[in-house]
Write a protein of this length. Sequence first.
Length: 299
Amino acid sequence: MAPISTPQTPFGRVLTAMVTPFTADGALDLAGAQRLAAHLVDAGNDGLIINGTTGESPTTSDAEKDQLVRAVLEAVGDRAHVVAGIGTNDTRHSIELARSAERAGAHGLLAVTPYYNKPPQEGLYRHFSAIADATELPVMLYDIPGRSGVPIDTETLVRLADHPRIVANKDAKGDLGRASWAIARSGLAWYSGDDMLNLPLLSVGAVGFVSVVGHVVTPELRALLDAHLTGDVQKATEIHQQLLPVFTGMFRTQGVITTKAALALQGHPAGPLRLPLVELSPAETAQLKIDLLAGGVEL
């Protein structure tokens, strides 16, 4: 049975932005992706983001993206929300990917702010609206100005929230004040897209997480969320502080790199990275082990 969804939690509460496993020669490892997806759902994830940046979407082909969505759906069925990343800086291409994901059976779409070409707010509004118009799937926006170069302004978020299929926002803006206003005014389901700010964003109205560290600490993220929801602020804070070494360690360098290294240390499918990403050095791997162990992760 799929996790319970409500208008307030359209994709569940705890989601992991899943890496894309590759074989030793760099090919797509569909069997590995299925094993990893099943493991993450077993660990307590309500949903998985497939083909996001953590899934190395800049270096996977459209055909590979389609294959990956289909493989993960086959592995987890209706046990989790499978959300397909379809965002690009080309609206037409994003629409093609959205329609492909819908045909594959995805349960929702993740649309990142167009990057590099730095559109104005009206361009963002039209871009996201066109994507939402193109399918019947619910859409989660992804606001990450550190990568895209352009934030989604609060006024634009409020306008976009009027679209019946734009239902959520993944917030990696790192601005609790702006998040507070946008949550209050837009009514969008708000998901933390910055693991270090998971608990602070809950405190201003977020409903859950789209996590990278969920690859290794999903049960702890679930416990933090549950403690917050039941009003046990002290316990939620204790879990947050326990996880600080993990939050720090997993982002000492680019998150896909450390995540694949962490999964390899635990014996889960991950495989190599595609250039321009590169593997951790031995010294960086040693530091990652220290960080993960300090945060209670079993290796």
